[in-house]
Design a binder for this molecule. Structure first.
Ligand code: FAD
Length: 336
């Protein structure tokens, strides 16, 4: 199990309260919801441990390092529409971690023509998206490659069989279909999740020559949704997202088959005479939720267990971030 101990700004707050033992939170999932919750609690002096089965933070905002830089096969943009998250986005803009989305955005397809489009309040990450999420955690401790299999009051059970107890609050921020099997001991929470569905997306890292001069292409098509130029690695590299329908049709297909289908659809959409290279792909089985539970979080305050993330609060980075911050603030207020 890899462990990292960043010396975040919140260490001071923790030290200041050293006379009282710090309250402890265990958080499953180091996506933006888990990270924003972890950072808010850690900044208030809580001892926070975050467990993620992946190799690093980020979840659907994770990034991949390439020789020439980094790319993300997950969410390509951060959009900030409402006040609390706008403040966070502005802080990231000042730090140079986000930049406004400018450049050419086209909508259409080669045989029907291209129109210029605008994406309002959208920003591009200028640092690795995994790092953006990692920074949110502040002084929390992140345990990577740590698969949690069950949640119980005060307790997390790990895949390797270890039981971690003694938490003052246990929080789960994973997509709802992945949370359900962890909630055998919490049937009242689990039954609130039964209507939540997620839709999948296949993402492809592709390279081509020619095509329209653009940085973002929104396709007028039922198979492919959009392509985003990967300026942080190599401007000839693009990440192409499938439609939900494409991903549902090829959900169980091999990477090879899905890539071949997507590359051939792309040739037609861009009107390219030569083949497209597919360098990597990722199937996001739980890309975006439909029918989220609603509200910011779902909790059993007596058992001190709560669920956050986009399956509760609604699709998108902004809602996921807010659900983590709002739960942490509610926990802190309840303690006060
Ligand atoms: C291709 C794609 C494009 C998108 N585009 C946009 C966009 O343009 N704008 C936008 O706002 N949103 C977009 N989204 C959605 C956005 O990325 C998500 O809404 C948001 O990142 C969800 O964050 P989260 O913290 O709720 O969940 P996640 O990011 O999924 O985090 C959950 C974490 O839990 C971990 N985990 C799961 N199970 C376990 C377990 N058993 N034990 C330990 N850890 C576990 C996972 O590894 C993951 O790190 C997109 C998503 C995808 C996939």
């Amino acid at each position: 199990m890899e462990k990292t101990h960043p010396q975040g700004a919140s260490r001071g707050a923790q030290d200041a309260g050293a006379s009282r033992p710090a309250l402890k939170a265990g958080i499953v999932g180091a996506g933006i919801a888990g990270a924003s919750c972890a950072g808010t609690l850690a900044a208030a002096g809580w001892e926070v441990e975050v467990f993620d089965k992946a190799r690093g933070a980020g979840g659907r905002l994770s990034s991949r390092r390439l020789h020439a830089g980094w790319v993300t096969l997950g969410a390509p943009f951060v959009s900030a529409r409402n006040t609390p998250f706008r403040g966070q986005a502005e802080a990231w803009l000042r730090q140079g971690w986000l930049v406004p989305l400018t450049g050419d955005i086209l909508h259409g397809r080669a045989n029907k023509g291209w129109a210029h489009a605008r994406l309002k309040d959208h920003y591009l990450p200028a640092i690795e998206t995994s790092q953006l999420v990692r920074h949110l955690m502040g002084g929390a401790t992140l345990h990577t490659r740590t698969h949690v299999t069950a949640l119980q009051p005060r307790t997390l059970i790990l895949e390797e069989g270890r039981t971690l107890g003694d938490f003052d609050y246990v929080i789960c921020s994973v997509p709802v279909p992945q949370a359900m099997p962890m909630l055998d001991a919490l049937p009242q929470l689990r039954e609130r999740l039964t209507d939540v569905r997620y839709r999948p997306i296949w993402s492809f890292l592709m390279r081509w020559e020619g095509g329209p001069a653009a940085d973002v292409i929104k396709f007028d098509d039922h198979l492919l949704d959009m392509a985003v130029r990967q300026v942080t690695a190599d401007p000839n590299l693009w990440v192409v997202h499938s439609s939900y329908e494409f991903a549902e049709t090829y959900l169980e297909a091999s990477e090879m088959e899905a890539s071949t289908r997507a590359a051939s659809a792309l040739l037609g959409l861009l009107g390219l005479p030569w083949p497209v290279e597919v360098e990597a792909s990722h199937r996001w089985r739980y890309a975006r939720p439909e029918n989220p539970v609603g509200g910011h979080w779902l909790s059993d305050p007596e058992k001190r267990v709560a669920l956050i993330g986009d399956g509760i609060a609604g699709a998108g980075i902004e809602r996921a971030w807010e659900s983590g911050v709002q739960l942490a603030q509610a926990i802190l207020q309840a303690r006060d």
